[in-house]
Design a protein around this ligand. Structure first.
Ligand SMILES: [Fe+2]
Length: 193
């Protein structure tokens, strides 16, 4: 069995009896992997991204236990240590563990995104949180514009939350032909049949 699957199962166990949290990271991992593959991340970066997506919210449990709160800052503070321990126990390479721990410790900070693994983790988490938090459409649009960078992430957001932007006008075919004719005229191209 792959290490990532081992980590996946450990996280299910970690959040046992809490299907909401389990399904959250499953969705974030799935979007992250899809975006990472479609954006052609190199193998190691994709591997780090997948591991980070699985464990990204590991800090919620210790934050709740210690402080009775689970805000983003506390999650970032409490997450890296249990992530390191879990991954060490499964034999992940030290450099992979360190980058994942860094991502866990920063995934609610959007000012200093320093790599595609970080960028895509944030996008995948937003894609899931917009829905889970019931955010309204205008707020989603603004946040996508501000934060999303990958074409795949933007496409997923649009298709899930504002698909009307994809609808074609009733005259789109005609408009298209007109554009083409204008272009041909501008270019002085003469088309013979
Ligand atoms: Fe999350």
């Amino acid at each position: 069995m792959s290490r990532l699957n081992e980590l996946y199962k450990k996280m299910v166990y970690y959040y046992r009896e809490d299907p909401g949290r389990i399904q959250h990271f499953v969705k974030v991992h799935s979007f992250a992997r899809l975006i990472g593959q479609e954006e052609h991340l190199e193998e190691k970066t994709l591997y780090i991204l997948e591991a980070a997506a699985l464990v990204h919210d590991i800090g919620i449990r210790p934050a709740l236990e210690k402080y009775g709160r689970e805000d983003g800052a506390l999650q970032q503070q409490e997450g890296p240590q249990p992530a390191r321990e879990m991954m060490r126990g499964l034999g992940f390479a030290p450099d992979v563990i360190e980058r994942v721990a860094y991502l866990v410790g920063h995934h609610h900070s959007y000012a200093d995104i320093d790599g595609m693994d970080y960028q895509i983790l944030v996008e995948a988490d937003f894609l899931v949180n917009y829905y889970e938090n019931g955010m309204d459409q205008e707020a989603i649009k603004k946040s996508v514009k501000k934060i999303f960078r990958t074409e795949t992430g933007k496409q997923l957001a649009k298709e899930m939350y504002f698909p009307e932007e994809f609808q074609m006008s009733e005259t789109w075919a005609q408009d298209g032909l007109q554009d083409l004719e204008d272009f041909i005229e501008e270019q002085g191209i003469y088309i013979r049949q």
